[in-house]
Design a protein around this ligand. Structure first.
Ligand code: ARG
Length: 462
């Protein structure tokens, strides 16, 4: 049992099956750089308060730096008897520098250590996801000028509703990702709190300086309650939730573009480099990347659920259950990051089927609502105007024609005050041009939004 850092009290060696069951190093090794960063800051603080000498601190720093290089060069040996990444690094340090290494864990527990490592890791992960979201927004905004003259049917209930400019669509997606970025920033504030110094659950009787460690690790504040620190994985759940909502946004967009790339819609083609074929049907070009972005969302939602269930019913403070927070979180992060990194070039490279879209824009009476608003502008009450237009659409549908194809007589019959100016407001293009309200698909509104987005994205690129 001399092997185990906690072996003193034991008479018998751990069952091999237990070692295999309880190990986490197979997945928490990815925390190695954060663990080493935390340990160096901790050692420097120990030195500052006199718990380590200058020389000891230097030996520890050097040893940890060498271990980091060993891990990065794939020369480090992992073995499950040492449980987790924290024990591995500490053991390697002791093997290198002897007894001085045995001082590193002064005033610290693995409970506050693992919490600190996770916070450092999540903080970096939040920043990575934020950058990938920004790149995706940039891809959407990057299309807006070239697609400005394309009018798409807008849908509600998956039925043709009103016409909208293609860039209005693109910026709608940008808004969703902007909220995700705000949620990330908010989550980051709660992540960016120092856990170290809470020790196992009660703090420590040694004269540590937590403010000093917080400064070294660039944490904004120090966690106030050691019991809370030892038990808290709220920040993990929060990040997993933000990732889940991003995955939802990706999934709904993917679903929409899968539909749009069908023969039935034929609105766009994803870049061929982002499609794959069929082993039996020679003609197939399948949007697999979009389908997998949609499909992988399921796992990200499952991970969030696993984390929520994991912390349910855990009494204060640390419980080993908490070790199970890592795989779901890492998986959600990897999955969402990969999806975002593929979504951006896919958006940039997709080809709008302009002719096919324009050819069918007359279908579905996309201009009916703005025509009703024209009638309102002529003093007809909304409910009356709604009903009049409904009757005219009914008539046009029965004849299989557009509103603009009905003779003036039909309009006069509906309301005697109408004249040939009705034709000035019919058609999808005119319906878009007639828009006025803030946030609408009115061309000048959309133009202004595009400029705002360009500005916003270039500012937060710095
Ligand atoms: N590997 C553990 C985890 O991920 C580290 C903390 C272990 N603490 C303990 N008291 N056994 O949660």
């Amino acid at each position: 049992m001399a092997e185990k850092a906690w072996g003193g009290v034991f008479d018998e060696a751990t069952d091999r099956r237990v070692e295999q069951f309880t190990e986490s190093v197979s997945f928490d090794r990815r925390l190695y750089a954060h663990d080493i960063r935390g340990s160096i800051a901790h050692a420097q603080m120990l030195c500052k308060v006199g718990l380590l000498s200058q020389g000891e601190c230097q030996q520890i720093e050097q040893g940890l730096t060498d271990i980091q290089r060993e891990i990065e060069e794939d020369r480090f040996q992992f073995r499950i008897e040492l449980e987790d990444i924290h024990m591995h690094i500490e053991r390697a340090l002791i093997e290198r520098i002897g007894d001085v290494g045995r001082k590193l864990h002064t005033g610290r527990s693995r409970n506050d250590q693992v919490s600190t490592d996770m916070r450092l890791w999540v903080r970096d992960a939040v920043d990575q996801i934020d950058g990938a979201l920004r790149d995706l927004q940039t891809a959407f905004v990057g299309r807006c000028d070239a697609d400005f003259d394309v009018i798409l049917p807008g849908y509600t209930h998956m039925q043709r509703a009103q016409p909208v400019l293609a860039p209005h669509y693109w910026l709608a997606y940008c808004e969703k990702y902007e909220r995700d970025r705000q949620r990330l920033a908010d989550c980051r504030r709660r992540v960016n709190v120092l856990s170290l110094g809470a020790a196992a659950l009660a703090g420590t009787s040694l004269p540590i300086d937590r403010e000093d460690v917080a400064r070294r690790l660039e944490f904004e504040s120090v966690a106030r309650n050691s019991l809370d620190v030892s038990s808290d994985r709220d920040f993990v759940v929060e990040f997993a939730f933000v990732l889940a909502l991003i995955a939802e946004h990706l999934s709904t967009w993917a679903e929409e573009w899968i539909l749009w790339s069908t023969t039935e819609f034929n609105f766009l083609r994803p870049p061929q480099t982002f499609c794959t074929g069929s082993s039996i049907m020679p003609q197939k070009v399948n949007p697999d990347v979009l389908e997998l972005i949609r499909g992988k969302c399921a796992r990200v939602l499952g991970n969030l659920n696993a984390l929520l269930v994991l912390i349910k019913g855990l009494p204060l403070a640390y419980n080993r259950d908490l070790q199970e927070d890592k795989q779901p979180l890492f998986d959600s992060y990897d999955t969402v990051l990969a999806s975002l990194q593929l979504a951006a070039p896919l958006v940039a490279g997709a080809e709008l089927q302009r002719q096919a879209i324009a050819d069918r824009l007359d279908r579905g009476y996309l201009d009916a609502t703005t025509f009703m608003e024209y009638l309102i502008g002529r003093g007809i009450p909304q409910r009356t105007a709604h009903s009049l237009v409904g009757q005219l659409v009914n008539k046009a549908m029965k004849q299989g024609v557009r509103l603009a194809d009905l003779p003036l007589d039909d309009y006069r019959q509906a309301d005697a005050s109408l004249d040939e100016t009705v034709y000035d407001v019919l058609g999808a293009e005119r319906a878009v041009a007639a828009m006025k309200s803030y946030g609408s698909t009115a061309p000048d509104q959309v133009r202004r939004q595009i400029e705002d987005w360009k500005e916003r994205l270039s500012v937060n690129r710095q």
